[in-house]
Ligand binder design. Structure first.
Ligand SMILES: [Zn+2]
Ligand SMILES: [Zn+2]
Ligand SMILES: [Zn+2]
Length: 110
């Protein structure tokens, strides 16, 4: 595990959109400004590391849950469906094939 700055609140620990109140704590990090991610973590391509859901700029990214980083296990390769963007061009939704990460785990022996 490694500790990173919470992308959703940019490390402030406060709800960046004041959804509940100005004093509301960030729902992603619980107000600490930091989140833990499992190694190996890469930047979330779907939200471009912002932690914010790109289709509705006030909620957490559904791919990284607001952390701005996603965990990948083992060897990965670019997702052929979304060409590594994590996004379905037509709909703007996260790619189902890679889960929005833009990479997929390499198949054994492929
Ligand atoms: Zn936060
Ligand atoms: Zn994300
Ligand atoms: Zn994909």
């Amino acid at each position: 595990m490694s500790e990173i700055r919470c992308a959703f609140c940019k490390g402030t620990g406060k709800d960046p959109f004041d959804l509940l109140s100005k004093l509301a704590t960030c729902q992603v990090c619980g107000g600490t400004g930091k989140v833990e991610v499992e190694e190996r973590a890469i930047e979330c391509v779907y939200c471009k590391g912002t932690g914010v859901y790109p289709r509705n700029g006030r909620v957490t990214c559904t791919v990284c849950n607001g952390k701005g980083m996603v965990t990948v296990k083992g060897a990965t390769e670019e997702c052929s469906k979304c060409k590594g963007t994590g996004t379905v061009i037509d709909s703007g939704l996260s790619c189902i094939n890679c889960g929005g990460k833009g990479v997929v785990v390499k198949k054994e022996g492929a």
